[in-house]
Design a binder for this molecule. Structure first.
Ligand SMILES: Nc1ncnc2c1ncn2[C@@H]1O[C@H](COP(=O)(O)OP(=O)(O)OP(=O)(O)O)[C@@H](O)[C@H]1O
Ligand SMILES: [Mg+2]
Length: 498
């Protein structure tokens, strides 16, 4: 019967990179009008598999079948012809590209004379933006958009192709709760139209809201495929990491010392005003709030990326003027940014270079680069963070998304900061590695450093922080102590004034 033929089927797919078997043997299939979720640790091979379906990589073995017929997909344009489109995990964009250019890139409508019909592009883009309630003009450039807006646009773009199969590689890693709701409604709508969706996410709660079937892969092989109704979060986690994880948050009681960083009445005149907070040695302080509340903007200002109008920043009791990143680093402050593509990594460089680039003076001795010392520090920290890579000379571009995040983390760790600001530190990180990051954060606090965590995952803040500040619409709306921290209490403050 026709309905028994899967929409998309992969048989024995293999992919090798120098020194890495990314996919040893992967077979799986997606039925028409269903959501198939793909789970697996960082570096398991999920994105590689999706890039093969999308024609970005050619498989070294195995075959792809659409509606029962074998196909060869040489590039993304061919993939689109076969009705496949993909939302990428790593946001790659040209800063100067406009919204309308991005949406119609490679499929610009032409008029009778064969010229690009910009009028139509403008009109269609306007309609699409209006339909989705996005307050932008078609000519807005990507560099002026937030990560969350870009992600939402990518989602819209993939959907606007009228595809039969849509691959979503961590689509919710950078969008707001409300937008996740919109996305899930869209997914339901697409399903009802018979579209098949392959969905990758490290967010376990979310997976079970939409999955019809779940496939877990580990080290490039399929561990199991099951209907979602036969699985639960714990079962998926143990299939992913091959063991049970019991204590999710390794929080310890640490002696809290003097105030390290104090911020008074900080105002930037745009995104936030009258911000007052402090963080002490040994303390882990959280910042909760909905996306757009101004948390990242406050962090960026303290790290010297953006200016402030008025207010005071004090480090160890002394007022400091922070005009640029150098000022803040010199004052012992470092920050892990939420947008690693923009601020975090130097793509084509090796892991070693990425880790030591911000720590170079440590490795220089009388003007010479002391590379032995450099390599041993880097390898030590990457080992602790369990960065999965053939070796440290590997270019960071070729690492899986989660492993790139770990390298950036490692880079700042080496700096021995007094104050560490972590903006969404576990975004895109698998459950096993999350635990490692929490342990590292705990160790940092034990070493008398002050840690600030900005996170949209409330369980993470509640599990790890001594105190939590909540922000809404650019203001701090409250402060909650560890003992009183609940999701309800935080959400109440986070939605104040909405
Ligand atoms: N272009 C490449 N060159 C070399 N190695 C690569 C390349 N792309 C991926 N790899 C390697 O293949 C393996 C699988 O990576 P992949 O990106 O598919 O993982 P993933 O399951 O998507 O992980 P994550 O959850 O971190 O996104 C990793 O070890 C990665 O370093
Ligand atoms: Mg990936």
């Amino acid at each position: 019967m026709e309905s028994n033929i899967p929409k998309l089927e992969l048989k024995g797919i293999q992919k090798f990179f120098p020194g890495v078997t990314a996919l040893a043997n992967v077979s799986f299939s997606v039925k028409k009008g269903t959501v198939h979720v793909l789970c697996g640790e960082n570096g398991a091979g999920k994105s590689t598999l999706m890039k093969i379906i999308n024609g970005i990589y050619q498989p070294d073995g195995g075959s792809i079948h659409i509606d029962g017929k074998e196909v060869k997909i040489q590039n993304p344009i061919e993939a689109r012809k076969h009705g496949i489109s993909m939302i990428f995990q790593e946001l790659n964009y040209i800063p100067e590209i406009t919204i309308e250019e991005s949406i119609f890139l490679g499929r610009e409508p032409v008029n009778k004379l064969g010229k690009i019909n910009w009028k139509k592009i403008r009109k269609d883009t306007e309609e699409l933006l209006k339909q989705e309630n996005l307050p932008y003009s078609p000519t807005t450039q990507f560099k002026d958009l937030t990560v969350s807006d870009i992600q939402m646009l990518e989602i819209l773009k993939a959907m606007s192709y009228n595809s039969q199969v849509i691959i979503m590689d961590e689509p919710t890693s950078a969008i707001t709760r409300k937008e996740v709701g919109i996305l899930f409604d869209k997914i339901a709508e697409l399903k009802s139209k018979g579209v098949s969706i392959i969905y990758i996410s490290h967010k376990m709660e979310e997976i079970f809201k939409i999955a019809d079937e779940i496939t877990v892969i580990r080290d490039g092989v399929v561990i199991d495929t099951k209907p979602a109704s036969e699985l639960d979060i714990d079962k998926v986690i143990s299939l992913m990491v091959g063991r049970k994880i019991t204590n999710a948050y390794p929080k310890e009681d640490i002696k809290i010392g003097e105030t390290m960083l104090e911020v008074k009445e900080l105002t930037d005149g745009k995104h936030f005003e009258d911000i007052n907070f402090n963080v002490k040695r040994g303390e882990i302080v959280g910042f909760a709030g909905l996306m757009g509340a101004g948390r990242s903007e406050v962090a960026r200002t303290i790290f010297g990326l953006d200016p402030y109008l008025s207010g005071e920043i004090k480090v160890k009791g002394k007022e400091v003027k922070i005009k640029n990143v150098k000022d803040s680093i010199n004052n012992g402050i470092v920050m892990l940014s939420e947008d690693r593509k923009r601020y975090g990594i130097v793509g084509i460089r090796s892991i070693t270079e990425n880790v030591s680039i911000s720590n170079l003076e440590k490795f220089f001795y009388k003007g010479h680069l002391h590379s032995k010392k450099e390599i041993s520090s880097v390898s030590n920290i990457c080992e602790r963070m369990k960065v999965k890579c053939p070796n440290l000379e590997t270019s960071i571009d070729s690492l899986s998304g989660g492993n790139q995040q770990k390298v950036i983390f490692a880079k700042w760790m080496l700096r021995n900061p007094d104050v560490l600001i972590l903006d969404e530190p576990t975004r895109g990180i698998d459950v096993g590695a999350k635990y490692e990051i929490y342990k590292l954060i705990t160790e940092l606090a034990k070493e008398n450093r002050a840690v600030i965590i900005i996170s949209s995952e409330l369980p993470e803040l509640i599990g790890m922080c001594d105190r939590i500040y909540v922000m809404a619409s650019g203001k701090i709306t409250g402060e909650i102590d560890r003992e009183k921290a609940t999701q309800e209490a935080i959400m109440k403050l986070a939605t104040r004034g909405e």
